[in-house]
Ligand binder design. Structure first.
Ligand SMILES: [Zn+2]
Length: 219
């Protein structure tokens, strides 16, 4: 593959010639997201520069993420692998079913994952929490009307393969937002780093309250 490289403070951005004119915008968005989330959680500096691939097509995305072709689904447009130090997103130009603005939010979402992975391992945490932080800080919580306060999915159900199908990507950002309003960034950081369990903080009606609060704020 024929990538060109742009080096920034925390990343090496790899892009195709066809994305040369947008790589600087993408790099700015990523570094800005890294900085703001790092400030909120007093995150440590990243241990090394990460490779950030702007994949020119789905084929290269599948190859560079190392996923099995049969596991690929069309909603998968970004991927962060802390252990290999690699982030992959599909180029905003190669995605036809999302707007460019949406793809910039996906790019910010992956940058948030990189910072949060420096605080704790996503694998040992509930998915509503790890995805919710990325959704919240990438400004990806959907409109208030699309969330239902009468039957929000319980946090305990939002894990593994059920996460997406039960509405995890719709609700998790509002749940983390509510968690932060109730307990603050220090508690979230302690939970994220594994010092404390999240379970003691999830009280009866947490999900409904989270949705109601989000709806009130959006009025
Ligand atoms: Zn994510």
């Amino acid at each position: 593959m024929d990538f060109e490289v742009l080096e920034t403070e925390n990343f090496l951005f790899h892009c195709y010639r066809s994305d040369r004119d947008i790589v600087q915008d993408i790099a700015n968005k990523v570094e800005e997201s890294v900085l703001s989330v790092s400030l909120v959680f007093s995150a440590p500096r990243l241990p090394r520069k990460f490779d950030f691939y702007i994949c020119p097509n789905i084929e290269s995305f599948i190859l560079l993420t190392g996923m099995h072709r049969e596991d690929y689904q069309s909603w998968m447009v970004g991927n962060t692998d802390w252990n290999s130090g690699r982030v992959c997103v599909i180029s905003p130009r190669a995605v036809t079913d999302r707007s460019e603005a949406d793809m910039y939010r996906v790019i910010a979402h992956e940058a948030v994952h990189v910072v949060m992975d420096s605080i704790g391992s996503a694998e040992s945490l509930p998915m509503w929490l790890t995805e919710g932080v990325a959704i919240l800080f990438a400004d990806q919580i959907p409109s208030a009307e699309s969330l239902d306060q009468n039957s929000p999915p319980p946090v305990g159900s939002l894990s593994g393969s059920g996460f997406s199908s039960l509405g995890g990507y719709r609700y998790a950002g509002a749940y983390v937002r509510h968690f932060l309003e109730l307990y603050g960034a220090d508690v979230l950081k302690r939970v994220y780093s594994g010092e404390e369990s999240v379970d003691g903080y999830i009280t009866e009606g947490f999900e409904r309250d989270a949705v109601l609060e989000y709806k009130n704020r959006c009025k």
